[in-house]
Design a binder for this molecule. Sequence first.
Ligand SMILES: NC(=O)c1ccc[n+]([C@@H]2O[C@H](COP(=O)([O-])OP(=O)(O)OC[C@H]3O[C@@H](n4cnc5c(N)ncnc54)[C@H](OP(=O)(O)O)[C@@H]3O)[C@@H](O)[C@H]2O)c1
Length: 264
Amino acid sequence: MATNLFFLRTHSLTRTIKPFTYSSSASTTTTRATTSKMENTGAPNVNDNKRKIFVAGATGSTGKRIVEQLLAKGFAVKAGVRDVDKAKTTFEDNPFLQIVKADVTEGSYKLAEAIGNDAEAVICATGFRPSLDLFTPWKVDNFGTVNLVDACKKNNVNRFILISSILVNGAAMGQIFNPAYLFLNVFGLTLIAKLQAENYIRKSGINYTIDTLSTGSISRDLVAEVAVEALGHPESSYKVVEIVSRPEAPKRSFEDLFGSVKQR
Ligand SMILES: NC(=O)c1ccc[n+]([C@@H]2O[C@H](COP(=O)([O-])OP(=O)(O)OC[C@H]3O[C@@H](n4cnc5c(N)ncnc54)[C@H](OP(=O)(O)O)[C@@H]3O)[C@@H](O)[C@H]2O)c1
């Protein structure tokens, strides 16, 4: 069984790091759920008894896994996507999956409409796609995330989970010459855009969990699992969690792990 360590990056700019051990089965097993396409057609609501989660960037590598894991855990999912037709080919049929168009660059009002009034949480798994527009990283990873937070406020959604990135706080950690930091920032200052979006979330008052990733190999299944587990663990509230994968780490429950991470 693959094992992993958790680290917390605290609220301060220096973000002291404290390690926690974590063992996950999902990091070696791809969760497969029976998923489906149900557009926003006004069909009878079969999701009444389920907690509904809105996932932005649902057709991405991480977003797709988040959707699948949520469905497997009994949530209803509203998948926010740029391309509904693409999403229909991405997911299998499932009455608890609803696909809605949601481009995060189009502003908070449209996003609020897409999220609707029945989602209890938003998980943001968006990431810019390379484009000739040099501002795309800012538009998606900064403005887009900010728009999502603002849409949550409009709809009284008070839970936000962000999949962030490695080295987002690289500058404060003295990593500005780290090749990975330089490489990622070549693309429209991606990491700075993400860091500023993180700061916006933290100041918004919304109950957040920000999942960041350590350097090294971290499976997207694990990233998705941590995001989904955060929903069920109040210990993850108002926290920035850095996922670090290490072999032979002792197994610990999510409750333990999230609980061990310091709040801001
Ligand atoms: N090691 C790491 O640091 C690490 C690992 C995993 C994930 N992450 C982070 O997690 C996030 C997702 O990563 P990933 O690998 O899953 O990325 P990905 O496969 O490239 O997926 C990105 C998703 O964002 C969507 N998207 C792009 N522009 C959008 C817009 N304007 N409005 C709405 N959605 C938009 C894409 O939609 P389309 O499908 O329509 O293109 C896609 O669903 C990124 O922020 C990434 O930095 C980081």
